[in-house]
Ligand binder design. Sequence first.
Ligand code: FAD
Length: 281
Amino acid sequence: MMSSQKSFSIEVFPPKAPDAVAELRRIRAQLELLGPKYFSITYGAGGSTQQGTYDISLEILNEGFEPAPHITCIGATYGKVREQIAEYKRMGIHHIVALRGDLPSSYGEIGEFHYANELVEFIRKETGDWFRIDVAAYPDMHPQAPSLSEDIANFVRKVKAGADVAITQYFYNPDAYFRFVSDIRKAGVDIPVIAGVMPITNYTQLARFSDMCGAEIPLWIRRRLESYGSDLASLRAFGHDVVLDLCRKLLEGGADGLHFYSLNRAEATARLWRELGLKNS
Ligand code: FAD
């Protein structure tokens, strides 16, 4: 049984269709049995609205769990972020994830915040230590960064602006995580770096996400996933083994915790969680 100060948590996204909101309640009930430290709730990703992020955060709070709503720079103004954080304060929420967000093609302007470090700095200035602020990290490097060293320097800037914890983009090579952590420690950053974990259940979707976000799927994994074709049971069994092994290596190597990208499904995350024996202290 893994029990320590490591943190184990889950991401969900606010669905658009009303029946999917009800379905997410059912899925959350299963995920809550695992005892996650918190649920993070995406914003803007896949077209989700701020209202959806508020609503799901409030539901999670009322279910007795800690919500960590995401806030992004996309289209945001100082006034709007001031309102958002005031609303989260009113709800009694103390944890947020601050991101730049991905620029949807329909937006011409990013807004008044250009990078996540500006958002972190603003939230700290406005609300002091009220919020725990998490930020994103990229063991495979952010796809738009000109170089790894500049990406790391930009990450350090976010931490200096006041971030408490980092959550990584998903990755399948544990060495990428350990190298990243070693690089930022050398740069003087000592905050926890929680590894983002994407269970593998659907090859087409995973390949599409990975192309978009710059996460590498090692060739040997790609080739095997491709070879399963429509044999979903074999694909999922293989995907489970790969991700289970990855999580074990991360935990044995000293990772600060795991954050599961559930994609609003319970089964794959719950199976990994149970087989790893994860427990929040
Ligand atoms: P930043 O830290 O601002 O970095 C973006 C790029 O700019 C990087 O290449 C960086 O090197 C560079 N950069 C950073 N600061 C500077 C600077 N001051 N000057 C010059 N260059 C700089 N997207 C959503 O839309 N909604 C979500 O809810 C969401 N949740 C996420 C959760 C996690 C854990 C992760 C890992 C990603 C999430 N994303 C989400 C995706 C994320 O918004 C994108 O990856 C986005 O492209 C970068 O966001 P960031 O906060 O890392 O940006």
